[in-house]
Design a protein around this ligand. Structure first.
Ligand code: ZN
Length: 279
């Protein structure tokens, strides 16, 4: 089935719950999505845990929302075996939670360097091994794993997978059941983006995260922009996603001290309006 459109499809808009996490609880976010006609939601595990897993699943289902994804698994590298084993157990639990929620994927922020380590190649190897270890459980649970490459500025602390190609190399290595989450904030600068999206193909394009890159960026983590306020060519990236078969959610994920200080209904109204006008 093809779902080609000339502009953003309002029925594919999803809220990543990081966007209003300081203002609202998960139940309030669900209500907010209903008020603003947003059909998909991607909760974070701590937000789900605060309500209870079964209760969260019931609230989202009763609201008629789709769970675009669950944030997040990953953080595989650790200084010792006990730490690596802990990470595996945590990822297996995240897979179970994603299955209970009926999530479209489990987003993996893979982790960076273990404390005190300078062994970047070793950390990247631990990531590939960690994903391979939990993959059979993900497949059996029907939960696709979505590797999210992060901007290289977050390589040490959050994710030592920093380009789509690097993520796809891991996908190639471990086999089916793993794809990528394409977050414009992390990949917009990549000169190989177009080729990497084509390489990923429909099967492995599991998520599409929207925000914008502000100039200047004042904080490496919490100064993402609302779509249209920065320099990312959002229609171009959406077009390339769709040209390669992506027909999934357009998920707005904005980590921003500014937007976290705003009325959350204003944030949702703005993100919907901008999605329709500039994405
Ligand atoms: Zn993202």
């Amino acid at each position: 089935m093809t779902r080609r459109r000339r502009g953003p499809d309002p029925a594919r808009l999803a809220l990543n719950c990081a966007t209003v996490r300081r203002q609202w609880t998960l139940p309030q976010m669900i209500e907010g999505c209903l008020r603003h006609g947003i059909g998909g939601i991607t909760p974070w595990r701590d937000q789900v845990a605060a309500v209870g897993l079964k209760q969260s699943a019931a609230l989202i289902r009763d609201a008629g929302l789709a769970v675009a994804g669950l944030c997040r698994g990953g953080f595989f590298p650790a200084a010792d075996q006990a730490g690596r084993d802990r990470a595996i157990r945590d990822n297996l639990a995240a897979i179970d939670e994603a299955a209970t929620l009926g999530a479209g994927c489990l987003v993996l922020v893979v982790g960076g360097l273990p404390p005190g380590s300078k062994d970047l190649a070793g950390a990247r190897e631990q990531v590939a091994e960690g994903i391979a270890t939990v993959l059979p459980h993900a497949r059996a649970s029907g939960v696709p794993l979505a590797i999210e490459p992060l901007h290289p500025m977050q390589c040490a602390e959050r994710a030592c997978i920093n380009t789509l190609d690097q993520a796809l190399d891991v996908c190639d290595r471990v086999g089916p059941g793993v794809g990528v989450a394409v977050d414009v904030y992390h990949v917009w600068w990549d000169p190989n983006l177009g080729r990497a999206l084509a390489r990923a193909g429909e099967e492995r394009l599991l998520g599409y995260h929207l925000c914008d890159w502000l100039v200047p960026t004042r904080d490496l983590l919490n100064d993402r922009g609302m779509m249209g306020d920065g320099v990312v060519d959002l229609p171009s990236i959406r077009g390339q996603m769709e040209a390669n078969g992506y027909a999934g959610w357009a998920e707005v994920e904005i980590f921003s001290d500014h937007w976290w200080s705003q009325d959350p209904d204003h944030v949702l109204a703005t993100m919907k309006a901008r999605y329709l006008s500039v994405c």
